[in-house]
Design a protein around this ligand. Structure first.
Ligand code: HEM
Length: 129
């Protein structure tokens, strides 16, 4: 598959990931029990796994190694870990309405940081554009 097709698929899955996250957070902030739909429970894991797999594929094809020759990719991987941890607080683990709301805002800001790091190719993200 051509590199550019993999890159566009990766970008598309990134947009689907944040869209599904916001939808689930909107349901879960008042009460996590509102997420009853099976598809809404499973699809995000599938989407995020494909997003990550495509990212790793791109990194291999372009010979970039996180924690090695590519600081922006290191920033993305660290950002992804934060996005996942804070995301689970927003949707599941947050004990109060306020905790879930704050975690949702941090997760969205982290996603924006990762996106900026991807397009600027810099850990300074949007500030480097
Ligand atoms: C929430 C997580 C992620 C988001 C939002 C995201 C977003 C993006 C975007 C928007 C691009 C296109 C940048 C451009 O315009 O050139 C991109 C490219 C790329 N991403 Fe991700 N990404 C994420 C996770 C990852 C992960 C975890 C990896 C690697 C393990 C990765 C590796 C790459 C690589 C290697 C490129 C190719 C850059 C290029 O050829 O220009 N991404 N990503």
């Amino acid at each position: 598959m051509p590199y550019v097709a993999i890159k566009h698929a990766h970008m598309m899955f990134a947009i689907i990931s944040i869209t599904l996250f916001m939808l689930r957070a909107w349901l879960a902030i008042p009460s996590p029990d509102r997420i009853q739909n099976k598809l809404l429970k499973i699809a995000p894991h599938v989407i995020d796994t494909i997003l990550l797999a495509l990212g790793i594929w791109l990194a291999v094809l372009s010979s970039q190694i996180p924690f090695g020759n590519s600081p922006w990719l290191t920033a993305k991987v660290v950002g992804l870990v934060v996005y996942i941890i804070v995301g689970t607080i927003a949707i599941k683990r947050g004990k109060t309405h306020k905790q879930r709301l704050i975690a949702t805002l941090i997760a969205i800001a982290t996603f924006a940081y990762i996106y900026g790091a991807a397009i600027s190719k810099s850990p300074f993200s949007w500030l480097a554009l």
